[in-house]
Design a protein around this ligand. Structure first.
Ligand code: GCO
Ligand code: MG
Length: 403
């Protein structure tokens, strides 16, 4: 069997997605997600200009060899654009391999290690009562784990990360980034009282998470982690930017609140020290941004050796193709932790027909051969690309900060 054609489909059914579709000379097809929020066209060009010409005629069964060919062959290793492009090819080839075998991909990865994939949802509120209502909605729908984000009621903060009244989560907006103002002292003062209110209302069993979205320094993160210890979080996410892996030692020295990191990682080298030194508890790398199932499995196997579990990113800017692929891996690996899950817009679901389903706190991947997801290209053609960037954050004095 040979790869006979491959094309990149850019569509905006509510938000932008970049999808690779590979076809073989025997009529089988595979899909891969290549969406990089706010930088979509860079990955589309990388695929179109530099990857697709070399794919035609290759044996689609050689997944590892193709991965190595694209990684080593570029000479310029790593980086989110390169690794998202490689991920799309890798994911599409796993999809094809499943179809050839007549098996869902999780069977090729070793079969089920659990009955379903535990997911967490996003609760948020402009006020604490609004937040409690949002949490109650998730509990009523059977969720066992909920991420908690609440607006900071301080004049110094113009827009709190993760708090929005929109039914579908979407941080990217205008082509030129929107600007928000941030105050660390106001945030640190407010958040412990939010968790006190949530625990008082929902008791000890509900698993609670919080995303700091890279806003703190290690010592500030250590202080927050310690202040949140009474509320027994499942994880505190992205407390600091993770370029400096050593920085996490300082957090670890001061708090037992578990730490989750990794949605912006694209290689095992981004977290090798974090994992080896057991500086984190959950690694949140994803199929699309970390080189596909082949590379993500490598990261997760390293994590398993060091008591680190997984918590893959699953925001709405990852397409249903990514979610399908993630679920097959989540089901198979021994050290799965949690999977992030947010509903996509109905237009997105229509463009990407998929067989995974939510039931009582769990997601279940499709039992169809392959990944169990496709792209409807006629439907996709109805939604042309719209430029949209992620926001930026500044401190009160105008200094650029981390969004
Ligand atoms: C999360 C993430 C996202 C990111 C978004 C950026 O934990 O879900 O922080 O919400 O902000 O994916 O594109
Ligand atoms: Mg996050």
């Amino acid at each position: 069997m040979r790869i006979s054609s491959a094309r990149v489909i850019v569509t905006c059914p509510g938000r932008n997605f970049v999808t690779l579709k590979i076809e073989t000379d025997e009529g089988l097809t595979g899909v891969g997600d290549a969406t990089l929020n706010g930088r979509e066209l860079a990955v589309a060009a990388y695929l179109n200009e530099h990857v697709l010409p070399a794919l035609i005629g290759r044996d689609p069964a050689r997944i590892e060899d193709t991965w190595q060919y694209l990684y080593r062959g570029a000479y310029w290793r790593r980086g989110p654009v390169t690794m998202s492009a490689i991920a799309a090819v890798d994911t599409a080839l796993w999809d094809i391999k499943g179809k050839v075998a007549g098996l869902p991909v999780y069977q090729l990865l070793g079969g089920r290690s659990r009955d379903g994939v535990t997911v967490y949802g996003h609760a948020n509120g402009a006020t604490v009562p609004e937040l409690l209502e949002s949490v109650a909605g998730f509990v009523a729908r059977g969720y066992r784990a909920v991420r908690i984000q609440a607006a900071v009621p301080a004049s110094e903060i113009s827009d709190t990360y993760g708090v929005s009244a929109a039914p579908i989560y979407e941080p990217a907006s205008s082509a030129i980034p929107a600007e928000a103002v941030w105050s660390t002292p106001a945030y640190l003062h407010h958040i412990p009282s939010v968790f006190a209110a949530v625990r008082a209302e929902f008791g000890p069993a509900l698993r609670l998470l919080h995303d700091v979205h890279h806003r703190l320094t290690p010592i500030e993160a250590a202080r927050l982690g310690r202040a949140l210890e009474p509320y027994a979080l499942t994880w505190l996410e992205d407390p600091v930017p993770a370029e400096l892996q050593d920085g996490f030692r300082l957090i670890r020295q001061h708090t037992t609140t578990p730490i989750a990191v990794g949605e912006v990682f694209n290689s095992i080298w981004d977290c090798e020290q974090l994992i080896r030194e057991q500086l984190i508890d959950y690694v949140r790398a994803t199929v699309v941004h970390a080189g596909g199932l082949t590379h993500l499995r490598r990261i997760f196997d390293l994590a398993a050796l060091h008591h680190v579990r997984t918590g893959s990113h699953g925001a709405t800017d990852l397409s249903p193709v990514s979610m399908s692929a993630a679920l097959h891996l989540d089901l198979a690996i021994p050290n799965f932790g949690l999977q992030e899950y947010m509903a996509h817009a109905p237009e997105t679901d229509a463009v990407f027909p998929h067989g995974y389903r939510y039931e009582g706190g769990y997601l279940h991947p499709s039992e169809e051969p392959g990944l169990g997801v496709d792209i409807d290209e006629d439907e996709a053609a109805r939604y042309p690309y719209r430029a949209a960037s992620l926001p930026v954050a500044r401190l009160e004095d105008g200094t650029m900060h981390n969004w």
